[in-house]
Design a protein around this ligand. Structure first.
Ligand code: MRU
Length: 348
């Protein structure tokens, strides 16, 4: 069972995903700044995992506060929230977790809690965010698994697995695990996912651990596999879903969605409600992270491209809603028109 981030003995433990699959090393992070660095530097990655980590990082920052003034505590809390918010811009789960921790802080303050009580309340809420995330993935696995037919090969892009979430299931890989648990015969095609290779390094590693048959391909092979009838469904995760269903996910997802449409293959997005941003009315409003060009010019220390070359390194793209057959959440399956079906997911 993979759980990539944990709160243990008053510190945050993270499985260093930069080293997988070659090394399984855990880092112990003892300050909010270290957690923020861990998110920024991709020790932990994947939208829900970033949200859970940020919540733990905020709790850690407040736990480490040594003063006796509530005003100073609040100042420190705001600073820590701001630091977390500057780590990665696209995954909305980060901002969702920060907002929730802010509401929890304000409620504790309004309830006249002491500094020591506020610290405990924030730690408890970060743990609750983590547990709720795992439960959401379990439900996504159940609902999504039902959409996948027996004897299917499912193509996925990037890593939307246990590593990318609070753990255990994952979103896209949760759907695959759900279908397998329902007794279906499922195999997976994993795009390698240049430039960061989340597919080759992480999805391949996760699925091998679970004995789910997986074949690794280069990103430019997926069209050929679809054309040859080797793919029955595509399932991906999401970093931010706009109110109209437009979905930001790992760079290359849009290409896969276009190819799926051209080949009449269902394209599913799996994500918890914490990934849906009703404040963004369309995908045009989603901020897209641009990362260091070295990720493209080099593989580890090996230089691939000539010095001085101009490079673009967009980490995400937006798949328009008309290419998406369904969005699978913990509340069930949303279909077009998404503006209505996604909004309904938030009604209790
Ligand atoms: O840059 P990353 O590795 O954080 O990007 C991750 C993805 O794009 C995932 O598909 C997405 O966060 C969904 S994770 C359940």
């Amino acid at each position: 069972m993979i759980i990539p981030v944990k709160w243990i003995d008053g510190a945050v433990e993270m499985l260093d995903q930069r080293l997988l699959p070659n090394e399984e090393k855990w880092l112990t992070l003892r300050s909010a700044d270290e957690v923020a660095d861990g998110i920024r530097d991709m020790v932990v990655r994947g939208a829900p995992a970033i949200g859970v980590s940020a919540a733990y990082g905020i709790a850690l920052g407040v736990k480490n506060f040594v003063g006796t003034s509530l005003i100073d505590l609040e100042e420190e809390f705001e600073y820590v929230c701001e630091t977390m918010g500057k780590t990665r811009p696209t995954a909305v789960n980060l901002f969702w977790a920060i907002d929730r921790m802010k509401r929890t802080f304000q409620k504790a303050k309004k309830d006249d809690k002491t500094i020591s009580e506020i610290k405990q309340i924030l730690i408890a809420d970060a743990k609750a965010i983590h547990e709720e995330d795992i439960e959401s993935q379990r439900l996504i696995a159940k609902f999504g698994g039902e959409l996948i037919e027996d004897n299917s090969t499912v193509l996925t892009h990037c890593n939307a697995g246990a590593l990318a979430t609070g753990g255990v299931w994952g979103t896209a890989l949760g759907v695959i695990r759900g279908a397998v648990n329902q007794g279906k015969n499922i195999s997976v095609i994993a795009d390698e996912t240049r430039p960061y290779l989340q597919g080759a390094r992480l999805t391949a590693w996760e699925l091998l651990q679970d004995d789910i048959p997986v074949t690794l391909i280069t990103d430019n092979m997926s069209g050929h596999m679809m054309q040859k009838g080797k793919v029955q469904a595509v399932v991906v995760g999401a970093d931010r879903i706009a109110a109209n269903g437009d979905t930001a996910n790992k760079i290359g997802t849009y290409m896969v969605a276009v190819l799926a449409k051209a080949n009449n293959i269902p394209f599913y997005v799996a994500a918890p409600l914490s990934t849906i941003d009703l404040q963004c009315s369309t995908g045009d409003e989603i901020p897209i992270e641009e990362r260091n060009i070295r990720e493209i010019t080099h593989i580890q220390d090996i230089q691939l491209a000539p010095d001085g070359i101009s490079v673009s390194n967009f980490a995400f793209d937006v798949t328009p809603n008309n290419l998406i057959n369904a969005i699978i959440t913990e509340k069930g399956v949303a279909r077009a028109p998404f503006t209505e079906s996604l909004r309904n997911m938030f009604d209790d």
